[in-house]
Design a protein around this ligand. Structure first.
Ligand code: BGC
Length: 766
């Protein structure tokens, strides 16, 4: 492996000169070589001009710096690093402040390992619960992904370490990921799949963006000038470098011309030579290569500036942070009759608790593939429960580490359950079913575990289910049998302690579902269009992703987006909303009405009744996590940015805020709305010119032409239009008629020429 920042003396000279000047000193071959890696994880140094190599490595929830035998599939060993909770958990925290702290800690560890860029966060939308990599993504909602993704990037980069926002874009499945074309209409593409990326780029300027493997509407994202240059740079103002996903380059020359600045890993000089040949034959403008080379130099300069040879980090403090974050990410789905929290100490009869399930002893705490971290230490829930319980805590595995079961294991579990007041039953998705590189076949818990659950519940109905899973699992059936369910996701190396904290009320749960748990897979939005065929996947559900779909279809769900219980309760009063040029300000008083301190996630959804475009019944537009002591009350303010109210208008290819009276819902989940208010919002000028093909309805809605046409049509001479206007159903029918066609009809109060003049005047004025 090439020497990187901490091992070379990163020469000051690279910082002394602007990147352009350094590039101007390079030969054509040097410039080409700079735009691809030296090996798996490092860029190429050019000693002649004092340019060191830097290391880019995974990511995203820990530092995966490989020692030897480099690979990007999680096979080779890596140096120990704190395994923070993966994105599936972080997303549920709904807490940007916490993610920023995780980013800072990741930055510290990166610096200590001499890593210049950490490959994350991954913010792809969870389109289907089957995506094998959902554990590595934050949410089904672009606002949650964008806000939390920005926080992570900010934290990381505050330490002088670059982020790599990935996978850009529309990498929403693992099946055929290196070739599949995600075929997406413009509105869902902009409003769902690109929106989170846009927010992170605009708010946090990641040093790098990683293009995805897949194609988007037929074009490899690694060579899509629209995506990598027009949208990312010209529209969003991205200033950093675009790196390929590992092995995502299809045609290097096409990619570079499109805006791909760095190919990773090394192609051992083959594609560098292609670039040189393309410049020499004038197939590639050398200035494009200069630009890519400059961005590489700039990235190295940032990393050199951020590097600290003496960097180190506090392993214990990071483990403690990992525990805190995991505790804030556990979602209490159900808690009938306040079964939880448990009280430590013996109960007198039998044991207070029995722990059942191998996952309590052998935790599943992260997913497989490129994000696999070698943890600095590893807690398990069983030991941590025993540490808090102050009582004997019997354990029965129930199933083996490979998921195998037997009559003997079941009998042991039933015996332990029968003798306990409360059973803590650990269930989850086996590691072999969830990984980068392939999707899941279903969302079922293993049949053997469900059978075990049935036997355990029959022996002791007071059973709390604790889940370990990266993607959602079907809970219908099981949820009706047990009084409490703790969604423990994959919680990183300190997850075991965090689970014990939540079970015993050391931590009051405050996380929320960043994705819906459907009643069954067949209800999910992409069910009929996933994972596609013949290397195409059509996003047929359009805008209706996640809760947008379940709400529009009025489908029952097991647990809705935004849901999560607490050991206390919160009341909402006096919601109000105001509007100004920056957007909406929603204010609501929230009171902790219980007897425990806790935190509430106040969620703000909007909709526009009577909108002229297709919309979901509600869309999350803002949220705030607020800590409140028992009995305390606080006025919470949530700001909704005006640009977040916009939809993508396909007539003019830009964002537009439609004017009208917006419904603003304030709630504790997407299906627990506590207060509804409305507010008038001024629309953006649509800028859609009127033509002879504009409908009467569109013309009537136009501020200049509308009143004139209305006047002409209604002028009561008893003519054709007069009677048409008087009949509401005829009026409705007329509304869709192109004005040019109508003008040709006999008996019309205006002729075509007059209409043309009117339209020209209207277009000129408004
Ligand atoms: C993954 C990326 C990762 C890269 C490097 C790829 O297979 O898709 O997320 O950063 O490998 O390991």
């Amino acid at each position: 492996m090439t020497d990187t920042l901490n091992s070379t003396d990163a020469t000051a000279s690279v910082l002394d000169r602007p990147a352009e000047e350094i590039v101007a000193d390079l030969t054509l071959e040097e410039k080409a070589s700079l735009t691809s890696g030296a090996d798996f994880w490092t860029t190429k140094p050019i000693e002649r001009v004092g340019l060191p190599a830097i290391m880019l490595t995974d990511g995203p929830h820990g530092v995966r710096k490989q020692r030897e035998g480099s690979d990007h599939l999680g096979i080779g060993d890596s140096v120990p690093a704190t395994c923070f909770p993966p994105a599936v958990a972080l997303g549920s925290s709904f807490d940007p402040g916490l993610l920023e702290r995780v980013g800072i800690a990741l930055g510290e560890e990166s610096l200590a390992e001499g890593v210049g860029v950490l490959l994350g966060p991954g913010i792809n939308i969870k389109r289907s619960p089957l995506c094998g990599r959902n554990f590595e993504y934050l949410s089904e909602d672009p606002l949650v992904s964008g806000v939390l993704g920005s926080a992570l990037v900010r934290g990381l980069q505050s330490q002088g370490v670059g982020a790599s926002l990935k996978h850009f874009a529309a990498n929403n499945q693992e099946s055929d990921r290196m070739r599949v074309s995600a075929d997406i209409d413009p509105r869902p593409l902009r409003e769902i799949y690109l929106r989170g990326f846009q927010r992170v780029v605009e708010d946090a300027q990641p040093w790098t963006v990683m293009c995805s493997y897949n194609r988007l509407n037929g074009v490899y994202t690694s060579e899509d000038p629209w995506l990598l240059s027009s949208v990312l740079r010209d529209e969003w103002g991205f200033e950093g470098l675009v790196v390929s996903d590992w092995g995502a380059v299809n045609e290097r020359v096409t990619g570079l011309a499109a805006g791909l600045d760095l190919e990773m890993p090394s192609s051992e000089g083959r594609t560098d030579a292609e670039l040189v040949a393309a410049v020499q034959s004038r197939a590639l403008d050398e200035r494009l290569l200069d630009t890519a080379a400059r961005r590489n130099v700039e990235l190295v300069q940032k990393a050199v500036q951020g590097a600290r040879a003496d960097a180190s980090y506090d392993i214990d403090a990071h483990h403690a942070l990992a525990r805190e974050v995991a505790g804030a990410s556990i979602v209490l789905l159900k808690n009938d009759d306040a079964v939880l929290p448990l009280t430590p100490g013996p109960t007198g009869v039998g044991t207070a608790v029995a722990v059942i399930g191998e996952l309590a002893r052998t935790p599943r705490y992260q997913g497989a593939g490129s994000s696999l971290i070698n943890p600095t230490r590893l807690d398990n829930a069983l030991d941590e429960i025993r540490a808090i319980a102050s009582d004997d805590v019997p354990f029965a595995a129930g199933y083996g580490s490979e998921g195998e079961t037997s009559d003997e294991l079941t009998a042991e579990a039933v015996a332990a359950a029968s003798n306990a007041e409360t059973v803590l039953l650990f269930l989850g998705v086996p590691a072999a079913q969830e990984s980068e590189g392939f999707d899941r076949d279903d969302i079922e818990l293993p049949a053997a575990q469900l059978a075990l659950a049935e036997a355990v519940v029959a022996a002791n109905p007071r059973t709390v289910v604790v889940l370990s899973n990266g993607g959602v699992v079907r809970l219908s059936g099981l949820a009706e049998q047990v009084p409490a369910i703790v969604e423990g996701w994959l919680l990183g190396q300190a997850g075991g302690g965090a689970i014990a904290d939540v079970l015993y009320g050391v931590v009051n749960p405050s996380a929320r579902l960043a994705e819906t748990i459907p009643v069954r897979l067949a209800d999910s939005p992409a069910f009929l269009d996933f994972p596609g065929e013949a290397s195409h996947v059509r996003y047929g559900e359009g805008l209706f992703v996640g809760y947008r779909w379940y709400d529009a279809r009025e489908l029952e769900v097991s647990y809705p987006f935004g849901h999560g219980l607490s050991y206390t309760t919160f009341a909402y009063t006096d919601a109000s909303v105001t509007a100004d040029a920056s957007g909406l300000t929603v204010t609501v008083a929230v009171t902790n009405t219980g007897d425990r301190d806790g935190a509430e996630v106040v969620q703000v959804y909007t909709s526009l009744p009577g909108s002229t475009v297709v919309r979901a019944p509600r869309e999350l537009k803002g949220f705030a996590k607020v800590a409140l002591a028992a009995g305390a009350s606080r006025e919470v303010e949530v700001h909704v940015r005006r640009e977040d109210l916009a939809y993508w208008d396909i007539r003019v290819d830009r964002w537009l805020v439609e004017g009208g009276s917006y419904t603003v819902e304030v709630g504790a989940s997407s299906r627990d709305i506590r207060s509804t208010v409305s507010i008038d919002v001024d629309g953006d000028p649509a800028g859609v010119p009127l033509t002879m093909l504009s409908s009467i309805g569109e013309v009537l809605a136009h501020p200049v032409a509308g009143p004139i046409v209305m006047q002409a049509f209604s002028s009561g001479d008893g003519g054709v239009t007069g009677s048409l206007m008087a009949d509401p159903s005829m009026f409705k029918m007329m509304a869709s008629f192109p004005i040019g066609r109508l003008a040709s009809f006999p008996g019309m109060p205006v002729d075509r020429e007059q209409v043309e003049q009117l339209l020209a005047m209207a277009n000129a004025q408004g």
